[in-house]
Design a binder for this molecule. Structure first.
Ligand SMILES: Nc1ncnc2c1ncn2[C@@H]1O[C@H](COP(=O)(O)OP(=O)(O)OP(=O)(O)O)[C@@H](O)[C@H]1O
Ligand SMILES: [Mg+2]
Length: 742
């Protein structure tokens, strides 16, 4: 039965080949590989489709014409439902399995996929005019942008590559240039084509392998009947340990995973490459077990189908017609027009380099030239510290479809935790399950996790659904740590139930941070401003929590805004300075004596004094900067409830130790307040930005080189727009404060 089907499959292949105009009279016994080589018409249907190979009638129909009898189990045509055949609704349904909400983005992506397929149905002169509508996905951190791309890659059968914009640098700079995106896309397409081809041909390959092994077992001259008598045994695996004598390529690579197994794509390609490169020609005969021989023969048979040249050609074709490039974190190469925090000189250059690729140009790869006219580009970014309109105008124009993803709510979090097929709760349960620990979350616990996640996101730092990972990790931390011993002690599976109370107990730390935030920044802001829309939300959550957690009042926590770089080196220098000064002091005595006893030339005196003066100058400069160069700038909660937050400047003291100077927020003179745009930009680009603090010294920050931990708050601080600062501004210049706030 299987043999018959295989023949049928071959027959259809041949029919398709015939239709393509090649090998018209090839006998059915000819090796199919010979037909496949240099004959794209004989490629399996799904490959042709993905490859945008649309010459002549569709192969399925061609096959049907040459093969009148009905084929209930069509081998490869039906085996794979390509994404091009999926309707937009089906694509959304598939995305729904893993991604919660974000309907607009899913819809846009689904339509874009369908449009690729539609375009192929349009007749030629018009088809060439239809270009894909590139897309820009905008949404806050952790709301599912990258996740959509990841899932898209899985359901999409066209060549796909996902890159991060930050990996690239302008041509000529150190780093990867954007053409690499297209090269990666082609590499992916080749891997995909080879894999698909092998999958499609699996049946034919299996048949050939079986025949060769049975022949090796029974002898070249054995009759079909003899072979058939072994066939069932072979298939049941009973012969696996029997030795056979087979021919293997001279440098046969050792093959770990059997064909069609779970070996990674790369691994497979490497194996195939090896065979292409080194395995040609006559091999040697070796005796081995059937179970060992099978994968080797499979490689040899598969090689006949995976012809490097035609696969590459089809892969490039597929890339040009159906390729999809997902560029993540595109906002990271956009510099805000207002501020240049973390701005990078070459960022704009990368945008400029992207233009021709997105608009359509030819990129040369090692496999040949690739035209990017019809490649679909989907870009995505959070755009926290810049706006889409800060992108180069030309780039904006090339991303005409904008989709906004929404921030996630507690309800969404609940769904994320419970609905996706492999949701986070299931993952945790599976992990602990391996240690014989059965983890059970009550529904109330999951609700509480979702609620806390939303609350912390709203009040501390919005990291979207990533917050769920943080919280879950904290909740199972102890169980996870103790699991191996617990399960061993009891000898049977241990059941651990996580209830709402456990959640509350475990996430206390996170909520404390939030308290700090509210007592520090938010109370300051809301008591003065009377609450704008955003603050109102915060307020709604705040009181309930403050009641619960009154006693935490004296916990000192801080929120770091900035960290200076090079502190370690600086500290070493400062410590050396102490020795230097000691050295000078020690030198003073002999120099003095020397001078007193005379007998010394003028040059020697000059040199000695220069040494002393130079060393003293260097030391005092170091001393000057060490107590001013900020190693860490942080916000601290108000000293008393209802007060305004404080700032902590951490610098090095005389001995090179850390010195924390806490000052009231109002003492800082905002260096960038009301500066014109150009001046702000210049100030931020300076290596050191001086900051005056009333009643204290002047400090130096290096926005340009330092590490910005919380850019938004730092910016607000430097421009005098933090709530606590505004209080002071209100007092000082009434009109001004009134202007700035609603
Ligand atoms: N809508 C969602 N449905 C299900 N899971 C989600 C959703 N949004 C985010 N997640 C989960 O949160 C994690 C982070 O999401 P993702 O990587 O997509 O964030 P992002 O939007 O790309 O954020 P960023 O702008 O920071 O890159 C993912 O691992 C995913 O499991
Ligand atoms: Mg992302």
């Amino acid at each position: 039965m299987r043999g018959a089907k295989s023949l049928l499959g071959l027959g259809r292949l041949l029919a398709a080949a015939e239709h393509g105009g090649a090998a018209a009279a090839a006998p059915i016994t000819a090796a199919p590989a010979a037909l496949l080589r240099g004959c794209p018409g004989a490629l399996p249907a799904c490959m042709q489709q993905a490859a945008g190979f649309r010459g002549g009638a569709p192969p399925a129909r061609a096959a049907a014409a040459a093969e009148p009898e009905p084929v209930p189990h069509a081998s490869w045509e039906e085996s794979e439902l390509t994404s091009a055949q999926l309707t937009p609704r089906q694509v959304v349904e598939m995305l729904d399995r893993n991604i919660v909400g974000q309907a607009a983005a899913k819809k846009a992506v689904a339509n874009a996929l369908r449009n690729r397929w539609r375009r192929h149905k349009v007749a030629s002169p018009l088809r060439e005019e239809i270009h894909p509508k590139n897309m820009l996905m905008i949404g806050p951190t952790g709301c599912g942008k990258t996740e959509i791309a990841r899932r898209l890659a899985k359901i999409n059968n066209a060549p796909f590559v996902k890159v991060e914009a930050t990996k690239f640098t302008e041509v000529g700079f150190h780093g990867r240039d954007v053409d690499q995106i297209i090269r990666d896309l082609v590499d992916n397409a080749i891997i995909m084509m080879r894999q698909r081809l092998r999958k499609d041909m699996k049946r034919a390959i299996d048949e050939a392998v079986e025949e060769r092994i049975l022949t090796a077992l029974c002898g070249e001259t054995a009759s079909q009947d003899t072979k058939n008598s072994f066939r069932d045994l072979y298939r049941s695996g009973d012969l696996d340990d029997r030795q056979v004598d087979i021919e293997v390529p001279a440098a046969a690579p050792r093959i770990a995973a059997p064909f069609g197994g779970d070996g990674s794509m790369q691994e497979m390609v490497i194996r195939v490459d090896k065979i292409f490169g080194g395995g040609r020609g006559r091999g040697e005969r070796r005796k081995m077990k059937i179970s060992e021989a099978r994968p080797l023969i499979e490689e040899q048979e598969a090689e006949k189908y995976v012809n490097a040249e035609s696969v590459t050609r089809e892969a490039i074709n597929a890339v040009e017609q159906d390729g999809i490039v997902f560029i993540d974190e595109i906002d990271k190469i956009v510099t805000s027009s207002e501020h240049r925090y973390g701005g990078d000189a070459s960022a704009e250059g990368v945008q400029r380099d992207l233009l021709p690729i997105i608009e359509g140009s030819t990129v040369s790869t090692k496999h040949g030239n690739v035209n990017t006219d019809y490649i679909l580009f989907i870009c995505s970014g959070a755009f926290h510290s810049c706006k889409p309109s800060d992108m180069l105008a030309e780039l904006q124009g090339r991303l005409p479809i904008r989709v906004e993803l929404k921030g996630l709510t507690a309800e969404d979090f609940y769904k994320i935790l419970t609905e996706p097929e492999s949701n986070m709760i299931k993952q945790q349960q599976a992990l602990l399950g391996t240690e014989n620990v059965e983890l059970i979350f009550t529904d109330a616990a999951i609700r509480e996790i979702s609620r806390v996640a939303e609350e912390v996101n709203t009040n501390v730092d919005n990291i979207g659904a990533r917050r769920l990972h943080t919280i879950l990790e904290r909740i199972v931390e102890d169980v996870s740590f103790d699991a191996p011993e617990k399960a061993k002690e009891s000898g049977s599976p241990v059941v651990v139930v996580i209830d709402k109370e456990d959640v509350t107990a475990k996430v206390g730390e996170l909520l404390k941070k939030q308290d700090l935030w509210q007592r520090g920044l938010h109370t300051g802001g809301s008591s003065s401003g009377g609450g704008g829309g955003g603050d109102g939300e915060t307020q709604a959550v705040a009181p309930q929590h403050q009641q619960q957690r009154q006693p935490v009042g004296n916990v000192i926590e801080k929120h770091v805004l900035y960290r200076g770089r090079g502190m370690r080196l600086f500290r070493v220098l400062v410590r050396l300075k102490v020795f230097q000064l000691a050295g000078i002091a020690a030198l003073a005595v002999p120099i003095n004596t020397f001078l007193a006893t005379g007998d010394v030339s003028g040059t020697q005196v000059v040199m000695a004094s220069a040494l002393v003066v130079g060393a003293a100058a260097a030391s005092s400069t170091l001393w000057y900067y060490s107590r001013r160069y900020v190693g860490e700038l942080a916000l601290l909660p108000a000293a008393a409830p209802g007060g305004t937050p404080r700032l902590r400047f951490s610098v090095l003291d005389f001995w090179g130790r850390r010195e924390d100077n806490d000052v009231p927020l109002q003492a800082l003179v905002p260096p960038l307040a009301e500066l014109p745009e150009a001046a702000t930009r210049a100030a931020l680009a300076d290596p050191l930005l001086p900051i005056d603090v009333e009643g204290d010294r002047q400090y130096f920050l290096s926005v340009r080189y330092g590490r910005i931990e919380d850019g938004a708050t730092l910016r607000a601080l430097l421009t005098g727009r933090l709530p606590g600062q505004a209080l002071q501004a209100d007092g000082d210049t009434g009109g001004d404060g009134g202007n700035g706030r609603p």
